[in-house]
Design a protein around this ligand. Structure first.
Ligand code: GDP
Ligand code: MN
Length: 376
């Protein structure tokens, strides 16, 4: 889950990390009022849950009231990568001499939090990573020790010479690590962290992502959720006991079990097709679940064929088949369906499917190939 810059900076503030003075605005009038309150110059920044705002023209420095108004008019209502800008952050303009990057994420190789730091902040860090990877310093943080003062100082010394700044950075880095752990974040980033004209460190921007699987214990963070259309569907599916992730392809998949669902998508790809989704309907044979799953699949207009892949283990194929037939009796399905049933009681299951006039196959290969041919 992602949150906005202003929300990330509110969290930073709570941990006493210095951030710019700023106000969130929804209208041009509010921006004008905020500009008066904060004093010129100000920076008007689009608040959208996607990166690359700067490049898209969503961050503008205004030196006069007129410029602030113009920036507000331009940015509010703007479309950035499919996200409508409904609010902007008006931040007090800051004079600074250098821009740094700091970021925390989880590194699967070292199985620890990775602290990244660079003196080439400001610009897109992805470009620095590509063109000059050595400019990004990486420090795995031992999960048992945490961010010790020694480690924080080591990172600080890698960026700064001045002892006053090293002290500020040491404190700031320890706080960032605490934020990362205490909020179940998957990413915490300050880009840029600037050295102001007064000689202090200040977070000019802030970015945080969170582990969705930890949101149940992060009530405050969860309350900030602004789901996209796709995410609304995914949450809705979760409530019905389904695990659904939308993808870009045209073959709707309905599978019992996450592993088999992954294998199904692989099989479709292998034979040259593309899955429209990941969908795990779990182990039950309840017709309601199949109805819910089918409605979910069909709500995606890209779906040209539905491939149902069931492996009967504890769930018996004949039960699933009956559920399937009952479900399909109740909803109108306009696209072709391919059913693959295998495992416990598959013979009985296949008979039931056949008598309902549905095309049925016994192997995943056949199912994938048939689904792909029905697509084109
Ligand atoms: P992003 O491009 O979406 O990451 O937005 P940022 O908030 O990081 O701003 C992009 C760049 O705009 C920064 O790297 C700065 O160079 C510049 N910028 C942002 N705020 C200020 C400010 O208060 N004063 C000045 N002079 N530049 C700023
Ligand atoms: Mn930035």
């Amino acid at each position: 889950m992602k949150i906005h810059e202003y929300q990330a900076k509110e969290i930073f503030s709570r941990y006493n990390i210095p951030v710019t003075k700023e106000l969130l605005c929804y209208t041009v009038d509010e921006v004008n009022a905020a500009t008066v309150k904060l004093g010129l110059p100000v920076v008007v920044k689009a608040q959208v849950l996607t990166g690359g705002r700067g490049k898209a023209g969503g961050v503008k420095l205004a030196r006069t009231a007129e410029e602030a108004t113009a920036a507000a008019k331009q940015i509010l209502g703007m479309d950035i990568k499919g996200f409508l800008v409904e609010k902007v952050l008006v931040a007090q303009g800051v004079k600074f001499s250098s821009e740094y990057y700091v970021g925390l994420t989880i590194d699967r190789n070292t199985k620890s939090v990775l602290f990244m730091a660079s003196s080439e902040g400001g610009v897109e860090i992805e470009e620095v990573a590509k063109d000059n990877p050595d400019a990004i310093l990486k420090f795995p943080i031992d999960p048992d020790l945490g961010m010790t003062p020694f480690m924080a100082r080591k990172i600080a010394f890698a960026l700064f010479d001045d002892f006053k700044l090293v002290k500020q950075a040491t404190d700031l880095f320890q706080k960032l690590y605490r934020i990362f752990l205490e909020t179940d974040a998957s990413l915490v980033e300050i880009n840029p962290l600037v050295l102001t004209a007064e000689g202090n460190l200040l977070a000019l921007d802030g970015k945080m992502n969170f582990d969705d699987n930890a949101l149940f214990r992060q009530k405050e963070i969860n309350a900030l959720l602004e789901p996209t259309e796709d995410e609304v569907k995914e949450l809705d599916a979760k409530e019905k006991g389904l695990t659904y992730i939308r993808l870009d392809g045209s073959i709707g998949c309905m599978v019992n079990g996450a592993g088999l669902a992954m294998a199904t998508m692989d099989m479709i790809k292998y034979y040259g097709g593309s899955p429209a989704n990941f969908l795990d309907i779990g182990g039950s044979s309840s017709p309601q679940k199949v109805i819910d799953a089918m409605n979910l699949l069909l709500s995606d207009k890209n779906v040209k064929v539905v491939m149902i892949n069931i492996f009967g283990g504890i769930t018996r194929c004949d039960d699933v088949a009956r559920g399937l037939v009952a479900a399909l009796d109740q909803i109108k399905v306009t696209v072709p369906i391919v059913v693959r049933l295998s495992g416990t009681n598959s013979k009985e299951g296949l008979e039931i499917i056949k008598s309902a006039n549905l095309p049925v196959v016994e192997t995943m290969t056949q199912a994938a190939q048939m689904a792909i041919s029905l697509c084109s």
